[in-house]
Design a protein around this ligand. Structure first.
Ligand SMILES: Cc1cc2nc3c(=O)[nH]c(=O)nc-3n(C[C@H](O)[C@H](O)[C@H](O)COP(=O)(O)OP(=O)(O)OC[C@H]3O[C@@H](n4cnc5c(N)ncnc54)[C@H](O)[C@@H]3O)c2cc1C
Length: 507
């Protein structure tokens, strides 16, 4: 049995961020990760001469001076070299091809939809303003549970004043806003195509705003968690891989450690980077309290899940500098993900920059098919991944691949070397993210801003990552680690916000 100040369940970017911030202030930290590599949803893998990331393409927040390099720098982590990920987008809408190129996106929209110039002006004005307001340097909100009623009202009023367009359009459901801004079904589909999820309009504005400005780590996404593990080790923290936590040890409503699958016991305060639904299942002897905690999240909607198809392609196929290919129908934006099936679901294919050591080009096709699809992918709610699951997975893969081939033609078909589909069940199995969710809770209008607390009803048990404040995304979960450490370190009289701000103010 080993004693630590903090034991962190999971080496996702949320867990690694909390660990780094706490270790920087001399806390003895242990991170236990069930997988054989760190990073959770930010991991990469190798298959038959191709290198794949789990689905993140480029990240705007990876640019110099943005959140991710800032967090890494504060931990004294190795600098991550990046390459721009800012090519062109080929967009098939009901089979018709449109091109939106880096640097001329707006002009390309105007050319493609010449009779809707006014609508395009409106759309771009709204999207550009929302992005400007989001990145305007206005202070990040404090965790909302720290606010009393008066502070909340004042926060809402301040937000309305500082971010009027964001508040008016950004936090509304996209369908509503798209319908308001144009009558052209093709134009709506074009905006929707890059980000085909039922979300607040802000997300679409964000995607189109950052498209063409993304950065990609030269060595692949795995470089980010790898850098965070190295900095943590340098500061005295430990990461143990292949170590699955199966029990959170709690006595008298206070957590005091964890037990792993191998029977090892570690004592200390506990921070879980796994989803709350899984985390709560690992607590024994506190049925009443756990029941209350489970009830509080029972009806909360989860972000729609996705399938990812990993495709390796020979260099014989010329992508003509295209970084993203989308296949969408004009009516897709009206459907909820439950309405999608393999035949009609929108497809977003990210084409990755090829690393020098890669033999083939890697593509990841993302398809929003529901966790509940055909009796939970024929697993009866995740219980049996047997022959029926494999059969369905194979048939979905065939249909999706044929749809992609029919759009990209025989040269593409001939260049394919390998392909492999992962379902929401795969994502769930690997990360213990409930429903395989890759973004945590739903960001629909009525859910938007309803953050979950990092502190739980069990003393010394905390949550970090995409399910808690301030929510999903790589930069978001790293910020979640920052906010949690800030709260915890307050008890030692440490003002992390001041230290962090002072560190960067001279730069
Ligand atoms: C296809 C795709 C596209 C995305 N696109 C973007 C994007 O464009 N921009 C962006 O910012 N974000 C994007 N994201 C989202 C982003 O990757 C996630 O929001 C974020 O990485 C989640 O981090 P996390 O730390 O909360 O959790 P996770 O990454 O899920 O990490 C949780 C970790 O805990 C471990 N764990 C769980 N249970 C246990 C246990 N019992 N014992 C030990 N370890 C355990 C898991 O193995 C995992 O490593 C995308 C994600 C995907 C999959």
């Amino acid at each position: 049995m080993d004693k630590y100040d903090f034991i962190i369940i999971g080496a996702g970017m949320g867990g690694l961020s909390a660990a780094n911030f706490l270790a920087k202030y001399n806390k003895k930290v242990l991170v236990l990760e069930k997988h054989n590599i760190p990073g959770g949803l930010v991991t990469s893998f190798q298959r038959k001469g191709a290198h794949f990331d789990l689905g993140i393409h480029g990240l705007y927040e990876l640019e110099e001076g943005q959140a991710i390099p800032q967090f890494l720098e504060y931990w004294d982590a190795t600098h991550i070299e990046t390459v721009p990920c800012r090519g062109n987008m080929a967009c098939y809408i009901d089979g018709k091809k449109y091109m939106f190129r880096h640097g001329t996106i707006r002009e390309d929209f105007e050319q493609s939809f010449a009779e809707y110039k006014e609508d395009i002006d409106k759309l771009f004005r709204v999207m550009e303003t929302i992005n400007k307001e989001m990145f305007s340097g206005t202070e990040a909100p404090e965790p909302p549970y720290d606010m009393n009623l008066l502070q909340m009202i004042s926060f809402g009023m301040k937000a309305k004043k500082q971010k009027p367009m964001f508040m008016k359009y950004g936090i509304k459901n996209a369908k509503k806003i798209l319908d308001k801004l144009t009558d052209s079904e093709e134009l709506k589909a074009a905006i929707y195509s890059y980000c085909p999820y039922p979300m607040v309009f802000m997300a679409f504005a964000y995607q189109w705003g950052v498209f063409s400005n993304n950065e990609y780590p030269k060595e692949g996404m795995q470089a980010i968690p790898d850098a965070a593990v190295k900095s943590l080790n340098r500061m005295g923290g430990t990461v143990k891989l292949n170590s699955e936590v199966v029990e959170i040890l709690v006595k008298d409503e206070q957590a005091y450690g964890v037990r792993t699958k191998d029977g090892d016991e570690y004592h200390g305060q506990v921070i879980s980077n796994a989803s709350p639904q899984y985390t709560y299942q690992w607590i024994r002897n506190e049925e009443k309290l756990v029941g209350k905690m489970q009830k509080a999240i029972e009806g909360k909607k989860i972000y729609p899940s996705i399938c990812a198809m990993f495709i390796a392609v020979q260099d014989t196929y010329d992508f003509e500098n295209v970084d993203c290919i989308t296949i969408t129908g004009t009516q897709d934006y009206k459907l909820a993900p439950e309405g999608y099936n393999a035949e009609n679901a929108p497809i977003v294919i990210n084409v990755y920059p090829k690393r020098e050591c890669d033999k083939y080009r890697s593509l990841v096709a993302l398809i929003p098919l529901a966790y509940e699809y055909q009796n939970f992918w024929q697993t009866e709610a995740g219980k049996v991944r047997g022959e029926a699951y494999k059969g369905l997975k194979k048939s979905v893969e065939d249909v999706l691949l044929n749809r992609i081939k029919s759009h990209l033609g025989s040269e593409f078909t001939d260049a394919i070397v390998s392909h492999e589909l992962s379902t929401p069940m795969t994502y769930e199995r690997y990360t213990y993210s409930q429903n395989g969710s890759f973004m945590g809770w739903s960001a629909e209008e009525k859910e938007y801003g309803k953050y979950m607390k990092q502190r739980t009803d069990i003393k010394d048990l905390y949550l970090v990552g995409q399910w808690v404040f301030p929510g999903f995304g790589v930069a978001g979960v790293m910020a979640s680690g920052y906010y949690l450490a800030k709260e915890i370190l307050k008890n030692d009289g440490i003002d992390l916000k001041k230290d962090f701000t002072d560190y960067f103010s001279g730069k």
